[in-house]
Design a protein around this ligand. Sequence first.
Ligand code: BGC
Length: 482
Amino acid sequence: MSTAQSTPEVDQPRSKSVLKWVLVIALVTFLGGTRFGYDQGVIAGALKGIEGSFRVGNFAQEVITSWVTLGALIAALVAGIAADRFGRRPVLLAAGLLFLAGTIIQSITPGLEILLAGRLVAGFGIGFASVIAPLYAAEMAPKRIRGRIVSTYQLGITFGIFLAYLVSDLYDSAEWRMMFLLAAVPGVLLIIGILAVPESARWLVKMGRTKEARESLEKVTEPADVEKELSDVEAEVNAEAAEGSASWSEVFSPRVRKALIVGVGLAIFQQITGINAIIYYADKIFASAGLVSTESQTTATLYCVGLTNVLATFIAVAYIDRFGRRPLLLIGLVGMFVSLCAVALGFASQSTSDTGAGASIVGIITMVGLVVCIASFAFSLGPVVWTIISEIYPARVRGKAVSLATAANWGAAFLVAQFFLTLTSGIGESATFFLFAAICVLGFIFVWRYVPETRGRSLEEIQEMWNTGGSIKSWDETAPKP
Ligand code: BGC
């Protein structure tokens, strides 16, 4: 097995063919994220139309919104087992087909029940994709640019959200069937992409299919490095195979526990720092910033939230493999803390001042706070969490452990969605945003103490780090220089 130090040049795609395959894999990862993001973003616009068509009340609207999360949570739990058993590609394909089926059911539904079935089916697709797309990307990407490739998943999510905001802006809410149907475009592209890409070499080695594993590696590895890469993967898989097959109890065993805490902890912090509450409340915050008409609020949400989210994700794509995961997370959490405090202060002053003049300055502070918060999330907790979750687990339990962390993410997302309204009506918006800011401080301490730097390491080298029980400090000291 290789040592913790690595040579920077080894995995840079030099040949055109390697570059082509890496780009195709990045595109599939991106499309997996786009489909997920689109669904997340489209519901706000579509709900108004659905409400009119089916005369549904508040409770039914909440159910329509949350059943996707429910479906995703269930699918995330089984996705890892399925991916370990059948391979990464078949599960990704299943995700693509479920997305498509869910899209069609939602857009042609004659009534509420069928619509809910469609939401659940789409949720299954999202759950599968949220586990497998980043995991597949991490297993296939050359190690020097792994963070960048996995981050294209988050880029896809943000692009999907933006696209959905745009569609909601362009179409009248009465045309909600069309809004759903347009999701078929990234859905079909995703299916075509999945059919083109190779199976993960790491999974193939685990199944004893070495010849196919070599062929898969040949696509994404420079010819001179294929044999070394293959023997590294084989060494790790063999060492793990000698211990028998991985069970759920092993996911909780002391050997995996540290990595499990890091992955699940990050997944939960990504949600309980309030990103989706902000995405959800954007219109209201813009209203408080002085934008009176619904159109101006929607447009502000489209650009200030939607576009900022996409653009700031590029910072992560550019720097995640250069600066590393930890600096991005730590800086992002500081940015979120400061901006969430600004939003909270904005709300606090708004409730104590009725004057139009005062409110506009407060409004601007709130608005800037919102943009900074979205940007800080977009270059840190958004992409980096998905990246780290997909790279820190031993190959033997990777599927199950990634499933668990992703399910924790969906569970936390569900809880925030459920309790955010209760919280704001109980303690007020200002206190709620201060609470999110306080959670950022806890997140900062968690990252500082427990999250190792994985930049530039192969997945096998990352396992060596856990196995040797190295402290985060000693691990950081030997990290490859950018
Ligand atoms: C999160 C989503 C969030 C999105 C915002 C993702 O990484 O998992 O819950 O809505 O980022 O861009």
